[in-house]
Structures are given as C-alpha cells and as structure tokens.
Design a protein around this ligand. Structure first.
Ligand code: BTN
Length: 241
C-alpha cells in the first residue's frame, strides 16, 4: 500500500480529517492521498479533545486510505502500522520513541505525536479510513503539557516538508513489510509499547489500582493484569496515571 503519490497542501483548514471526509463525500479521493495543512483552527484529538499546536511549526496531515484486506476485526492493524511508521521515521531522525496505547507517541514520557483514525465501515467495499497525524516538529513551548518535538529533542530546526516525505517513506516501507504479517506486526507493536510488562498505576471505573499491561487484543483492547486477573479495556475505560 503506497501513500503520498497525491498531495493536497492547504494553508489553513478547520481540521484535515474534516476536510478529507468532506472531499471523499462530495467528489471522492484516491486511496493514499495525503492532505497537509500549515494551520488547523479546529484540530481534533482523541476522546473528543482538541489538537492545538502553533501554526506553521508542526506537521498536521491526514491520509485517506481504502485498505482492501482490512476488516472490522483487524482494523487496529492499521493503527499499529501508522504508529510504527511514526517511530520508524523518528528513529531515522535520531529519536527513540515509544507507543502509549493506543496510538500516542512518546519520547521519555513526553508526547511528540498523536493519531486520530476515523473509519467508515460499509457492508460493501473496503473500510474507508481517514488517518489524521500530528507530529510536533519545531514547536518548543507546550505550556502545561508533557510534550516535546523534534527540535526540542535534537536542538535544531527540522524542515517540515522533509519530515512529511520521510514519514511517507517510512509508512510505505512498514505497510508493505507488515500489513499482511499480523503476528510480526503485533510483536513489533508490543516491542514499542510504553509500560509493557511493568507495574504501574492506572484508574478504571472501580478506582485506582496497580497493574501490569500484559497484551493487546486483536480488536485493539488493552489487556491489563489486575489483582491476578486479566482485564480488557477500551479507550475510555482506563486512564494512565
Ligand atoms: C491525539 O493524540 O489526541 C490525536 C491527535 C491527532 C491530530 C491530527 S492533526 C491532523 C489531523 N486533523 C485533526 O483534526 N486531527 C488530526
């Protein structure tokens, strides 16, 4: 699966994910198209949060994908490919990153990138995915957030378009190598997983507890060892403290 043959570059938009959804609906878009914006004035994050970054300083883009072999059951595989591609790109730059479940990218506990994947599932045809990616590139001040950027890590300016093309190259490599090898993909995801197999503090509906992340279900749910039992969690059901 190749992305980036077609690139739409916008100066300013509410959200590249919204823009992509509207274009897909109104005129259609070829799978693999990348939509990049210099500025988003209503960028969206996971769990209904906003994604607010300094205009012109970071990478904010979406990729439109129709993945033929992706099904409802294995749709989290695309998420794994995306986060591993971001880690692969960062490694080329000289930055070691980890994945905080499900798809935040951290450098020593500070967030450098976030992913918002929005899938449309229909009874006929492939799943339509809008993969929204934000990567902090040259912003160095993040207020009260535990965040970082390529420039903060390397101490030098990094050209944003170079970052995009390098990410595209990583994505094309990783998806070709791993999308049809689910067990290898799964192992690589676990290799990068933040707090995997270590004791940490979490909170679920019954309160704060000490637990240990021990796996990921095929559906993408997080499996945590809690009081000698394995409990599976969806995105909104567990907090990392
Ligand atoms: C998160 O970590 O909460 C996900 C952040 C995703 C941000 C990207 S920026 C490009 C795309 N357009 C959006 O509105 N959001 C995603």
């Amino acid at each position: 699966m190749q992305i980036g043959r077609k690139l739409i570059h916008l100066e300013s938009v509410d959200s590249t994910n919204n823009y992509t959804a509207n274009v897909v609906k109104s005129q259609g878009l070829s799978s693999g198209t990348v939509i990049l914006a210099d500025e988003q004035f209503a960028g969206r994050g996971q769990r209904g949060a906003e994604w607010v970054v300094e205009p012109g300083m970071n990478l904010t883009f979406s990729v439109y994908l129709e993945v033929v072999n992706l099904s409802v059951e294995n749709q989290f595989d695309l998420s794994k490919v995306v986060v591993l591609s971001i880690c692969h790109f960062l490694k080329k730059v000289g930055i070691d990153a980890q994945v905080k479940w499900p798809n935040d990218i951290l450098v020593q506990g500070n967030k450098i990138s976030g992913v918002l994947i929005e899938n449309t599932i229909s009874s006929s045809g492939p799943i339509k995915s809008i993969v929204g990616v934000g990567i902090n590139v040259n912003q160095t001040r993040f207020g009260e957030f535990n965040a970082t950027s390529i420039q903060s890590e390397l101490g030098t300016f990094y050209p944003i378009r170079d970052a995009l093309f390098s990410f595209i190259e990583s994505f094309n490599l990783i998806s070709d190598e791993l999308l049809d090898r689910p067990s290898v993909l799964h192992d690589r995801y676990l290799d990068k997983l933040f707090q995997y197999k270590t004791k940490n503090t979490y909170e679920d509906a019954s309160g704060v507890f000490e637990g240990e992340i021990c796996g990921i279900e095929q559906s993408g749910k997080l499996i945590v060892q809690k009081d000698n039992q394995e409990v599976s969690y969806d995105l909104k059901e567990i907090k990392f403290l």
